[in-house]
Each structure stands twice: as C-alpha cells, then as structure tokens.
Design a protein around this ligand. Structure first.
Ligand SMILES: NC(=O)c1ccc[n+]([C@@H]2O[C@H](COP(=O)([O-])OP(=O)(O)OC[C@H]3O[C@@H](n4cnc5c(N)ncnc54)[C@H](OP(=O)(O)O)[C@@H]3O)[C@@H](O)[C@H]2O)c1
Length: 295
C-alpha cells in the first residue's frame, strides 16, 4: 500500500501518486480506448478501482475532460468508496462570473455524485495579470469561498502550465493547493514557483509528470538507445518524486498493469538526491563545481 504524506496546509494525507482523470474522459483510438461505449466505460471505471485498490487516494479531473465524461465515470466508480478518496476537479476562469462559477461547481457535484469536492481548482494555462485580477476581485474567488462556507468544496487551488505566471496567485494567500506542470523537459517550476509554493505551505501536485509522453517520443527519434536501456517513464516519474517540494505526481493512467507498475515504483523509490537542490543557473552550477574541487 502506498504511504501517505502531508499535503501542505490542507493537512490532508495523500498518496504521492494520483490518478489523472484526463484519459478517463475521452477517446484515444491509438490506445483502443473509448469510455463512451459500454465496455470502454467499464474499463475506465476499472482503472479507478485498480488505482484505489492499490492505495492511490487522490483523483484529479475537470469538467472539460470528455465534456463531463471523466467526472461522470469517477462519480460512478466511487459509489460506496467516496469517503476514502480526495477528489479534485476544476472550474474555468475566463469569461466566467460569480454565478457561472457556482453553476459549474454544481454540475461537477452532480456528475461526481457527491455532496462535496475536496479540492476545487481554477483551470489555467498561463495567467495574465488581468486573469489574476478577475479571479481575485471580480467575484470568482468569492464564489469558491461561499461554496466552501456551504460545505460544498473543502480546499481552493488553481492549476498552471506556465509557472512564473502563477506567482501572483501563489503569494495571494488565498489558495491551499497548486497544480503545476513540472517534468524532465519543462523545469520552469523548479526555478520560478516551487520555492514560493513551499513557503506558502501549499499542497503541490504536479501535472504531466511523465511529460505527457513527449520526452519519450522525442527520445524515440533522437536517442533510441536510451529507450532500449531505460524505461523513460520510470525516469520521468523518479525525477518529479525526487523533488522535496512536490507532494503528489498526477499521472494519467488507463490500465491496471500501468497503475501497478507506477505504484510499485513509488513504493520502492528512495530519492538518491533532492532535485530541489539541483543547481540550475549557470553561476550556481559553476559555484557548486568549485566547491566540489579538492582544496
Ligand atoms: N491545466 C491542467 O489543469 C492540466 C493540464 C494537463 C494535465 N492535467 C492533469 O494531469 C494529469 C496527467 O497529465 P497527462 O495525462 O497529460 O500526462 P502524464 O501523466 O505525464 O502522461 C500520461 C501518459 O503516460 C503514460 N504512462 C503513464 N505511466 C506509464 C508507464 N508506467 N509506462 C508507460 N506509459 C505510462 C500514459 O500511457 P497510456 O496512454 O497508455 O495510459 C499516458 O499516455 C491529467 O490526467 C490531468 O489530471 C491538468
């Protein structure tokens, strides 16, 4: 069973591996995956059950994944098991009002067949300063605070692909959870956001920890021997888990074997080094090398 860690100031106890809900919602012909058919929906529900049975207690989804289908699959899969799972979903922030935020959360609650959402996140890519102003001052955050007071959501968060654009929201003091893109090939979070997130004691969950398969595809063309020698999915997951500022890796998974493999890896992995301490600016790299030279 997966050990649990403290998820920042939420004080939730979460597994370091989460089930990413994106694949649960939509069709992927190359993978022979269609959760809109009867058998496909059963397979998607099976993935949720396999994850819970293996000790994963965090599931991330969004209304836009399969136009509500991911939330609906998760809602059905969690029948009788809701209490033991941290359910995180999202709400848009562009062209939204206080009322439409409330409506979106109400629809998510219905599809998820639950009375509460553990983590509600503004669903973002890159935040402009105007986005930040609208979220904080034009009623969007207020809607979530009201929903929290009503017991319909427990913790407030936001998601971001571009780490530096998230800083104003991180330091606003209004959020409990940050979901951020961070992986072997997108390391902006390491430089621009994770220290601030740790200082704010946010629960930190990483999206696209396996690079969404991009690094592996690049390696296929540029360094095919790497793939013969190593499982590059394993390397990617280890990279994220080896950063002490990251609590949870949110991995998109469909198959029980894939879930079992990632769970086994999380269970057995002892980071050889804290990636948070890896020097990433040129001057830091040179300084570290100088320090390592014998005097
Ligand atoms: N803005 C946002 O809020 C945002 C944006 C993107 C993602 N997310 C969240 O983050 C989650 C993860 O992102 P993601 O799914 O794009 O990327 P990811 O987790 O980096 O990669 C998922 C891919 O990795 C493959 N995979 C996983 N474990 C594997 C293993 N052990 N061996 C081989 N392949 C393996 C999966 O293969 P299969 O296809 O074969 O299953 C899938 O194609 C999403 O599901 C979603 O919840 C949020």
């Amino acid at each position: 069973m997966l050990p649990l860690v403290r998820f920042g100031k939420t004080e939730l106890r979460v597994s370091r591996l989460a089930l990413g809900g994106f694949p649960l919602g939509g069709v992927n012909r190359a993978r022979g995956w269609d959760p809109f058919t009867g058998d496909g929906r059963k397979a998607a529900i099976g993935a949720v059950h396999a994850a819970l049975d293996a000790g994963i207690n965090y599931i991330d989804t969004a209304p836009s994944y399969g136009n509500g289908n991911s939330e609906s699959v998760i809602g059905e899969a969690l029948a009788g098991r809701r209490d033991s799972v941290v359910v995180a979903t999202k709400v848009g922030h562009r062209e939204m009002t206080k009322e439409s935020v409330r409506e979106s959360v109400a629809s998510s609650l219905q599809r998820l067949r639950t009375d509460w959402i553990d983590v509600i996140q503004f669903h973002g890519g890159a935040y402009t300063l105007e986005d930040v102003r609208v979220i904080l001052d034009d009623g969007l955050l207020e809607a979530l605070r009201e929903l929290r007071a009503e017991g319909k959501v427990r913790f407030l968060g936001f998601t971001t692909e571009e780490p530096w654009t998230a800083l104003p929201l991180i330091v606003s003091g209004q959020f409990d959870v940050l979901q951020i893109r961070y992986n072997l090939i997108y390391q902006g979070a390491a430089l621009h956001a994770l220290d601030a997130a740790s200082k704010a004691d946010l629960g930190v969950i990483v999206m696209r920890p396996m690079t969404s398969g991009i690094f592996q595809r690049m390696a296929q063309f540029l360094a095919p021997r790497w793939q013969e020698a190593h499982d590059l999915y394993e390397v990617s997951l280890k990279f994220v888990l080896a950063d002490s500022r990251v609590h949870v890796a949110n991995v998109g998974m469909r198959w029980p074997e894939e879930i079992a493999r990632n769970v086994a890896l999380v269970n057995s992995f002892v980071p050889p080094f804290d990636m948070a301490k890896l020097p990433r600016f040129t001057a830091e790299i040179y300084r570290t090398e100088d320090e390592e030279l014998p005097h």
